[in-house]
Design a protein around this ligand. Structure first.
Ligand SMILES: NC(=O)c1ccc[n+]([C@@H]2O[C@H](COP(=O)([O-])OP(=O)(O)OC[C@H]3O[C@@H](n4cnc5c(N)ncnc54)[C@H](OP(=O)(O)O)[C@@H]3O)[C@@H](O)[C@H]2O)c1
Length: 314
């Protein structure tokens, strides 16, 4: 195992940084997501190793949400502990994102896109993460029942309050995205980034025109689950290993590994080998080649996995 986290030896030269749309922000081509592996159910020391290894190797962008865990909120609590114990001196070298939009607490104010929910949730996130502000706050999903203007004005006011430096939207449909870009731009709080899923098995934001819209509007695009939760790695080429995300079966279920998907994965693996790459590197490089994509957010349950994924960011 490689040494990790020596404060004076962060390897910024080992990472490619890309401009996020037409903003002033550079993001690493490979970012780290904390949806899994950072909850209270996970081993804290392993989470610490992964985050240290990431930062040590040029990953400056960390992606969270209020409900990452499990239980909900606990990934932000882990992050806050890591800030206190390891990362506080490096806050200005980090670009930290969180989100609100999915169910978080009971009752009518802990879900969707109201001003009430977004404002309260960000306050809670800051207190769990032990931060004064986040670099990026997202509306995690489009709410068809709340007026768009209410959600968007909450994002504007969040930036004006200093609790977030930039805002983004995730998983919004095309027409609402177009409205959002315009609304935010007209209030001098341009949307920094759109978060959606693009990978070798799922091209929806390309087919729906969202990536093209981002490109035209000078908004960055960041892809979540670029490895299709591990399907686009060697993890499932020969069955379902013990301890893998699919073996736990909640977000990646065995029935998603159909014969057709397996054939496609095997074919991609042959193509990857022909290029002298691992399947993970091949899959991430494909996403990063799509015009308009700024970064991929990978997950990793070990530093070994993360190390393999980092190859795509060099
Ligand atoms: N905006 C949204 O709605 C949304 C939705 C989903 C995710 N996200 C964000 O995107 C981030 C990434 O999502 P994701 O975790 O699904 O990403 P992913 O990179 O597609 O999958 C990560 C998982 O694949 C396996 N893996 C990763 N690298 C590997 C390698 N080199 N070899 C073998 N297996 C490997 C690991 O699972 P094992 O446990 O099997 O080891 C790892 O936890 C999340 O953390 C979150 O920040 C956002």
């Amino acid at each position: 195992m490689m040494a990790y986290y020596v404060a004076d030896e962060r390897r910024y030269d080992a990472m490619q940084y890309r401009r996020c749309g037409q903003s002033g922000v550079l993001l690493p081509s490979v970012s780290l997501g904390m949806w899994h592996n950072f909850g209270a159910v996970d081993d804290f020391e392993r989470s610490r190793q992964i985050m240290r290894y990431a930062f040590d190797n040029g990953i400056t962008h960390f992606d969270l949400a209020n409900n990452y865990g499990p239980p909900y909120g606990s990934a932000e609590i882990t992050f806050g502990r890591l800030m206190d114990e390891d990362f506080r001196p490096y806050r200005d070298e980090m670009f930290v994102a969180t989100k609100a939009g999915y169910d978080m607490w009971p009752g009518p104010y802990g879900n969707w896109g109201s001003r009430k929910y977004l404002m309260a949730s960000l306050n809670q996130s800051l207190s769990r993460m032990h931060l004064e502000y986040v670099d990026l706050f997202y509306s995690h999903r489009y709410d068809p029942e709340t007026p768009l203007e209410e959600t968007l004005q909450a994002l504007v006011d969040i930036v004006r309050s200093g609790k977030a430096l930039y805002v983004g939207i995730s998983r919004w449909p095309l027409e609402a995205t177009r409205t959002a870009f315009q609304y935010l731009r007209e209030r001098d709080v341009p949307c920094l980034i759109y978060q959606g899923r693009i990978n070798l098995l799922d091209h929806a934001p390309i087919e729906e025109g969202i990536l093209e819209l981002c490109r035209k509007e000078g908004v960055g695009f960041i892809s979540f689950s670029p490895l299709a939760q591990g399907l686009l790695t060697d993890r499932y080429l020969h069955g379902i290993p013990e301890g893998s995300r699919m073996s736990r079966g909640k977000f990646l279920r065995p029935d998603m590994l159909t014969e057709e998907v397996l054939q496609r994965i095997c074919q991609y693996n042959v193509e990857a080998e022909a290029e002298g790459k691992s399947l993970a590197e091949y899959a991430l490089s494909w996403v990063l080649r799509q015009k308009g994509v700024t970064s991929v957010i990978v997950g990793a349950s070990s530093t070994t996995q993360l190390d393999r994924n980092l190859c795509a960011g060099r």
